[in-house]
Ligand binder design. Structure first.
Ligand SMILES: Nc1ncnc2c1ncn2[C@@H]1O[C@H](COP(=O)(O)OP(=O)(O)OP(=O)(O)O)[C@@H](O)[C@H]1O
Ligand SMILES: [Mg+2]
Length: 496
């Protein structure tokens, strides 16, 4: 990470890395989730272990009872004094002890009030599910229930039996549960901290770095120091960092190009501005020509004036273009044949020896278009054709520019065809792209781009139909303006 980025982030007030509150941050979510999951895992471990705890506790009591019983079996226990029996039972915490040998059961000691038993547990036969259910019952419902537990102790064949209240068992189970809960909490916090530290280092920090870089870059996209420096990692984060760096670099290049074009546009506008002034003086001078009585001057002067007028209005147009887009076409019915004649006049085809200009448009042909804009389109196309053909030196080669037109329904097509050498590869690849298509020394590469834009503003299209040595054809297609049905109906009703 370059210094500038960290600086920018440090000074940033609206950095998302900061605006995300701690409680909503990824780290907190991660911490809480880890604690939760570890606790769930602990509960899954706790349930079988509490069942096991209950059985071991009862087994221990049964073992103690067995130890006592071994002594009592030898005696005639029934003859034991009441006080002694009570003492034995109290020491174990039981209500009755019995021994079963070869199917014969003998009650060794019993409390004065023989108890009623709520739960019977055969230590040898208890499966894991019944042990779990029993343990949970003791934990949640127990406290004043009586349990009868029986089974063999150690290696001996003798089966012992014990009737014991579950109060102390439940107390022990509650203490055990509390300890397990506390331990689980400690373990889960410990695990969560480790997981958090690891993930924070591996993921969250790089994500924050990327976010900061995006922000810093957004503030100054042209500063190459603000492009993120990807770490040398092969995981997803590494890929994301490299992609981000690529994207920032590309964006920077594009911005550079755009700036270049904008600068160029500005320069063109400035030149145009001054050129407009020069044209204005030229207009003034040629105005005087109209006063000269010489017939040859009289023939040329109006044409010269018109040409200067047009040039001045183009300059205006370019200046306007610098500020906004091309003005929307103001469409009228235009006599195309006349317009093409004007194009011929402007281009002064006669001045280029050996080039023939054929105006093949029918006298009555009308096209629904902005005459100034259509004039510019045709001038650009014709000028290109003439420039291309002027390059042919051989006198024998036919050099003819033909403009013709036809109408299909409501669509007018104007064809500009020449017998020149065809478009060079570069011009064909960048057809209609401003500044890129020029393959001619001294060309700016704007002519076709402007023509294309103007035709599209009419809702039409400009296409290169054919381009090979000997025949190049551009087609301008302009549909008539659509007539809105409600307006048309209104217009029809009014006269009636
Ligand atoms: N009729 C044509 N025959 C041969 N090449 C053509 C023809 N029309 C256009 N071109 C080629 O296409 C290129 C682009 O034309 P475009 O009018 O856009 O730019 P330009 O003529 O180079 O410059 P300018 O902006 O001054 O018109 C030309 O440089 C030329 O090489
Ligand atoms: Mg051109």
């Amino acid at each position: 990470m370059s210094e500038s980025i960290s600086d920018a982030a440090a000074h940033g007030t609206d950095s998302p890395a900061r605006s995300v509150s701690l409680a909503r941050g990824l780290s907190t979510k991660l911490l809480v989730l880890t604690v939760l999951f570890v606790m769930i895992a602990e509960v899954l471990i706790f349930v079988p272990s509490i069942a096991n705890f209950k059985l071991r506790w009862l087994e221990e009591r049964l073992g103690t009872a067995a130890a006592v019983s071994v002594v009592l079996v030898e005696e005639d226990s029934q003859s034991l004094p009441r006080a002694l029996q009570d003492q034995v039972l109290m020491a174990i915490g039981a209500k009755a002890i019995a021994v079963r040998n070869d199917g014969e059961s003998r009650l060794l000691v019993v409390a004065e009030m023989p108890p009623t038993v709520d739960e019977h547990i055969d230590l040898a036969q208890t499966g894991p599910i019944s042990a779990t259910v029993g343990a949970l019952e003791t934990l949640f419902l127990g406290g004043d229930r009586m349990i009868r537990v029986f089974g063999k102790v150690g290696e001996s064949d003798t089966e012992f039996e014990l009737v014991i209240p579950d109060r102390r068992l439940r107390e022990a189970m509650l203490v055990y549960s509390r300890n397990v809960a506390l331990l689980s909490l400690v373990i889960s916090l410990f695990t969560a901290t480790l997981v958090y530290a690891a993930i924070d280092r591996i993921m969250i920090r790089p994500i924050r770095t990327m976010t900061r870089s995006m922000l810093a870059f957004a503030r100054a996209p042209s500063d190459p120091r603000r492009i993120i420096e990807p770490e040398d990692r092969s995981d997803e984060i590494g890929v994301a960092e490299r992609e981000l760096a690529d994207m920032q670099r590309q964006l920077q290049n594009t911005l550079g190009e755009q700036k270049h074009l904008a600068d160029l546009g500005l320069a063109v506008s400035k030149i145009n501005h001054d050129m407009r002034n020069i044209l204005a003086s030229a207009q003034l001078l040629s105005d005087r020509l109209s006063g000269v009585r010489d017939p040859s001057v009289q023939a040329v002067a109006p044409k010269l004036l018109r040409a200067l007028d047009r040039a001045a209005s183009y300059s205006e147009g370019v200046l306007a273009y610098g500020r906004t887009q091309e003005a929307p076409p103001s469409r009228r019915s235009v006599r195309l044949k006349q317009l093409v004649d004007e194009v011929e006049d402007l281009l002064g085809v006669d001045a280029v020896p050996g080039i023939e200009f054929v105006n093949a448009v029918d006298a009555g042909f009308e096209v629904d278009a902005d005459s100034e804009q259509l004039f510019r389109v045709l001038t650009n196309l014709s000028r290109n054709a003439i420039q291309a053909m002027a390059g042919d030196d051989s006198a024998a080669v036919v050099r003819r520019l033909t403009i013709s037109a036809e109408r299909t329904g409501s669509v007018s097509s104007i064809l500009v065809a020449d017998t020149g050498p065809g478009l060079p590869q570069k011009a064909r690849e960048n057809l209609f792209a401003a500044f890129r298509g020029s393959a001619r020394s001294g060309g700016t590469g704007l002519g076709l781009a402007i023509a294309h834009e103007l035709v599209r503003a009419h809702g039409g299209s400009l296409d290169l139909l054919e381009s090979r040595g000997g025949r190049t054809v551009f087609r301008v297609t302009i549909p008539d303006q659509p007539v809105r049905l409600d307006e048309a109906r209104g217009g029809m009703r009014r006269p009636a």
